[in-house]
Ligand binder design. Structure first.
Ligand code: NAD
Length: 347
């Protein structure tokens, strides 16, 4: 009989439940303990997933020596310290996206992982989709040549989170750019071979979320009176391989429909995530092509499988703390340029 892989969870609302749902079916996994400041959340989630170890102070949970790993699923301002505490307590950690609120926090998390010798996985999931894997394989195999430009779009017409602290900048670090831009930026950066940013420029605005919701939408009524994040932010980032990334993000904007896409333009070819297609010239003609078959993968199931197998030493970490740090540099570089109202250069 194999030793169980015992998992703990800090902050047990919506996303922690997704971690549990996708981890539970994996062989040998035991959902062992949960921690949340809300007794109500502990009861609901503990009862639903039949978890008896329940703590209102996550530090107490970390004293459980039988615990192998921790999922950090608290709001963004509570990603850094619980991650460091868990690593120092000898647990492997998967921390939800964005890795943290600042680059400095991410650097401290990476240092703690290194000192502990434990795995730190940044909880990105888009890179594990079959479409991202296909595009990454095209780039890595040279099908697109030199990547000149990548356009990243995470645009919602009216999708302002109405729960939690998603519209409070002091607890989130920002709005659309850090909350949903992070998903498409991490995927694009991964597909394009993780180049280093050298300069960033950006712009943001708010004109919808800071007013009462005046049109029907499926996301519920947001908290407009304490709305301190941006509705929309755009940024342009230049990288050390001469690639330029344009990032467009919105929680709310007057656009026809939501767009979640990555478009890549290279010297020999290009491609899009949505629809999954590549474009190139062949024997005097311009061609568009789609793969005949790509094995479907569930992004979240793959994310949890990757974490557990990485902790067990069965595969290498393909979503590291350093990956989270690199993405944070892109996002925070754009925010820094917005604050400076000027191009910023990365040191
Ligand atoms: N990967 C994804 O697709 C995805 C989707 C949604 C959210 N997220 C991320 O997951 C995180 C949580 O999102 P959510 O929607 O579940 O948030 P939420 O606000 O619904 O839940 C956060 C939970 O953390 C608990 N909490 C707050 N302070 C705590 C503390 N000191 N100790 C323990 N628990 C504490 C709250 O009581 C709550 O139960 C965010 O960082 C968000 O960006 C990721």
């Amino acid at each position: 009989m194999t030793t169980p892989f015992r998992m703990g969870f800090i902050g047990v609302a919506g996303i922690a439940k997704a971690h549990m749902k996708h981890a539970q079916p994996i062989d040998g996994v035991e959902l062992h303990a949960i921690a949340d400041i809300s007794e109500d959340a502990l009861k609901k989630v503990g009862d639903e997933f039949e978890i008896s170890g329940r703590y209102t102070d996550y530090k107490e949970m970390l004293r459980d020596e039988t615990l192998d790993s921790v999922s950090v699923c608290t709001p963004n301002f509570l990603h850094c310290q619980p991650t460091i505490d868990a690593l120092e307590a000898g647990k492997h950690v998967i921390v939800e996206k964005p890795m943290a609120m600042t680059v400095d926090e991410c650097e401290r998390m990476c240092a703690a992982a290194k000192a502990s010798g434990k795995q730190l996985v940044t909880g990105f999931q888009w890179r594990f989709t079959e479409k991202a894997q296909f595009l990454r394989d095209q780039v890595a195999g040279g099908a697109f040549g030199e990547i000149h430009y990548v356009r990243v779009q995470a645009l919602r017409r009216r999708g302002i989170p109405s729960w939690g602290v998603f519209t409070d900048k002091s607890k989130q670090g920002g709005g659309a750019m850090i909350d949903i831009g992070v998903h498409l930026v991490e995927m694009a950066h991964y597909i394009c071979g993780k180049p280093n940013p050298v300069a960033a420029y950006g712009s943001q605005w708010t004109s919808i979320g800071n007013k009462p919701c005046d049109a029907q939408c499926s996301w519920g009524v947001w908290k407009h009176d304490n709305y301190t994040v941006e509705d929309a932010a755009v940024g342009m980032v230049k990288f050390d391989n001469n690639m330029t990334m344009m990032v467009e993000t919105s929680f709310a904007a007057h656009i026809k429909e939501d767009v979640m896409n990555v478009t890549i333009m290279g010297s020999k070819g290009g491609g899009t995530f949505n629809p999954l297609e590549i474009s190139y010239d062949q024997n005097g003609y311009m061609l568009n092509a789609a793969p005949h078959f790509v094995a479907k993968k569930s992004d979240f199931a793959e994310k949890m499988r990757h974490f557990i197998e990485t902790c067990r030493g069965e595969r290498s970490n393909d979503s590291t703390g350093e990956d989270g740090l690199a993405v944070q540099k892109i996002l925070n570089g754009i925010y820094d340029a917005i604050d400076a109202n000027a191009e910023i250069r990365y040191s």
